[in-house]
Write a protein that binds this ligand. Structure first.
Ligand code: PHE
Length: 450
């Protein structure tokens, strides 16, 4: 067999993994979930889980991907010699990719729409009321969200089908640092808002009484979503990783970047939420209601808005690319069709689901499944059910079924890194801490533990 292509440099690896990890999860999903789940209680749980639970899970995925050098499903098939239980982890990952991409494209479409609005100068002189009514009309109209979701998906499919992922990565090297810079700027600006104190206290003042099982599960789901773990994207990317790559360093760097961007985003947005009287529990619209207000009053707001939404769309595309990659790699290999065809077919399937998501958001639309609108159902079932379950299978497989030797060799890159402290600590977490922790949160959810 031909030697599998690998990322050329460590920097290239970090940019690719970082491109998957940093996305709408940081800027859109994190703030609104924090708002719905008590602010600081959510934030603290989220940070703890990301550092102690999510990093070892990401390492497990790298281990599985790099030792098999196959796509998400084939990895399990090959390493377990066709065991049904482990293969189900692969199938679940592919299902997750479809469902996530379906609602992700709708929000990616919102970001695209906001990019055009900011170019058109719509936010100049806007008031909180005009922003809210404009946004409601956009979603309720129905056809615009569909159109923008379509444009967003088409852009992602074009990127994957044409194999220009490399090109996108080149832009990412510039766009990601710029994103951090703008977020830092927005944080400085937030400091001068009348709602700064309230916003900062909401996110930062510890209130352990508010930490419930529900908050724990939502924080776990958000951490998995934001780190792109529990569904095979990092298995796929791990399969492109060089044998000599230090995976501790890759996972650590992207985890810290991911956390920092989420926190910066929250700290930019909540002062505005309180300054402009937006409800922290507004849900998925929160960020889209808050941001235009910031740009409306900011000196040079026009340019900052355009740059910000450009980067948001770019960050969303690089994340979607990693999701579509899971589907395209699977379909082209299993159905034996060309990569191009697989991408187009996969994207078309996803878009059919996106239509349901977008239409179900129109107020009063009857599009409901299992008692909630389809957008919410896809959004919460992936993060709160499928990804934790997938992560559970992934760590149990890596920690208990893969074999100690293979595990250790992959984790340390043949004895190169972290052999003394990190290897035993990570292996201990993977085997003994993470599986019971995920199980505990699940049992608590279905009311087993109070
Ligand atoms: N991590 C991405 C984000 O934060 C979303 C994502 C989830 C990407 C799962 C790949 C896999 O936007």
């Amino acid at each position: 067999m031909a030697k599998r292509i690998t990322f050329a440099t460590r920097f290239g690896t970090i940019v690719a993994v970082g491109g998957s990890v940093v996305g709408l999860g940081n800027i859109w999903r994190f703030p609104y979930l924090a708002g719905e789940n008590g602010g600081s209680a959510f934030m603290l749980t989220y940070i703890t889980i990301s550092l102690l639970i999510s990093i070892p899970i990401m390492l497990s995925e790298f281990i599985i991907g790099r030792s098999s050098r196959r796509n998400a499903l084939r990895s399990f098939k090959k390493l377990s010699r066709g065991n049904r239980l482990w293969m189900s982890a692969g199938y679940m990952g592919i299902l997750s990719a479809f469902l996530i991409l379906a609602f992700y494209s709708v929000i990616g479409g919102w970001a695209l729409k906001f990019l055009l609005s900011s170019i058109a100068g719509t936010f100049i002189g806007a008031t909180p009321e005009s922003i809210a009514t404009g946004f409601d009309a956009f979603v309720a109209g129905g056809w615009q969200p569909l159109l923008f979701a379509f444009l967003f998906s088409a852009a992602c499919a074009a990127v994957v089908a044409a194999g220009v992922v490399k090109g996108i990565e080149r832009y990412n090297k510039i766009l990601m640092p710029l994103m951090v810079l703008i977020l830092v700027g927005l944080n400085v600006n937030a400091f001068f808002m009348s709602g700064w104190r309230e916003g900062a206290e909401f996110l930062l003042r510890p209130d352990f009484g508010k930490i419930t099982w529900r908050v724990g599960l939502e924080a776990l789901g958000q951490s998995f979503f934001s780190m792109s773990i529990g569904m095979g994207a990092m298995i796929t990317y791990g399969s492109y990783m060089k044998r000599s790559e230090n995976m501790f360093r890759v996972a650590g760097t992207v985890a810290i970047t991911d956390l920092s961007i989420a926190i910066l985003s929250g700290m930019a947005i909540f002062p505005a939420v309180f300054t402009y009287g937006i409800s922290p529990t507004s849900g998925p619209e929160l960020v889209f209601l808050a941001l235009p207000n910031i740009f409306a009053q900011l000196p040079g707001g026009y340019l900052v808005a355009v740059l910000f939404f450009m980067m948001l769309v770019a960050a969303a595309i690089t994340s979607s690319v990693s999701l579509l990659e899971v589907i395209a790699a699977y379909m082209s290999e299993e159905l034996r069709i060309s990569r191009r065809k697989a991408t187009i077919l996969g994207a078309a399937g996803v878009f059919a689901l996106s239509i349901l998501c977008a239409l179900s958001q129109i107020p009063g639309s009857g599009l409901r499944l299992l008692g909630s609108n389809i957008f919410d159902l896809f959004n919460s079932s992936t993060s709160n059910v499928l990804m934790p379950l997938g992560a559970m299978l992934i760590v149990v497989f890596a920690g208990w079924a893969l074999g100690r030797d293979k595990f250790n060799r992959q984790l340390t890159s043949e004895g190169r890194y972290g052999t003394r402290l990190l290897r035993p600590a990570v292996r201990f977490m993977i085997r003994f801490v993470i599986p019971p922790f995920i199980a505990l949160l699940f049992l608590a959810q279905i009311g087993f533990i109070k």
